[in-house]
Ligand binder design. Sequence first.
Ligand code: HEM
Ligand code: HEM
Length: 195
Amino acid sequence: MVDQIVLYPRWLKLWHSVNGILCLFLMITGLVMQYTSPSTIVFSFSTAITIHNICGILLIISWVIFIIANALSRNGSYYKISFNLLRESIVQFRYYIFGMFKGESKPFKEDEVRKFNPLQQLTYWLTMYIILPLIVITGFIMINIEQLLSDEHGIFIYQIADFLHICAAFLISVFMIIHFYLASLDGKTNFKKII
Ligand code: HEM
Ligand code: HEM
């Protein structure tokens, strides 16, 4: 029997809830900024920017806490990647698209050494160590937007940062939808682990 308290300590649950709520707010306000004009009355454009900036700063803090806590605790050991993980991820992917519907048993069992299946391990690593840093750094660069847009050099930096920020935002949004769907496959069991 796997000890869920060891695998999902209190700090991890707290971080995950804060992170999930902030990401939801960031997605909604990000979409408002992208698809409405500054004159929109329904949801003020400047309110969206203010909420986005506050949640953005909080997300930076929560991400830094996660990275430090992961480095100092055993949770970091579940985020190691290798070439073998790529091969195993293909096996897991095949299970998700065929095996699962044919009633096959899971190719990898969860225990205290292997907390995640290979595909989870790869996507959680990509999300936490590549995509979130990208969104956090580009967001931080753009936060002082007036100053950035005041000279030609700044406009160029803004355009690059904005493009990367939108790409990362898209990937995080896709991740969240698939993450939610896969977590729900085992009924409520997975949600109970992390709440
Ligand atoms: C889940 C995380 C995030 C998502 C989904 C997200 C999404 C977005 C989107 C869709 C836009 C609109 C881009 C445009 O229309 O050009 C935007 C803009 C912006 N984001 Fe984020 N963002 C996230 C995190 C952050 C963070 C951590 C910061 C850092 C403080 C940040 C700061 C900004 C700034 C300053 C802008 C304004 C850029 C502009 O006015 O063109 N964002 N974000
Ligand atoms: C609000 C929507 C979300 C729900 C319902 C949700 C659900 C879950 C569940 C049930 C787990 C535990 C099972 C598992 O390990 O797969 C989990 C773990 C995890 N989630 Fe989420 N999640 C959400 C948002 C997010 C977001 C926005 C991110 C990152 C940007 C994220 C990153 C992670 C990570 C990295 C883990 C593994 C944590 C660890 O054990 O080290 N989640 N999530």
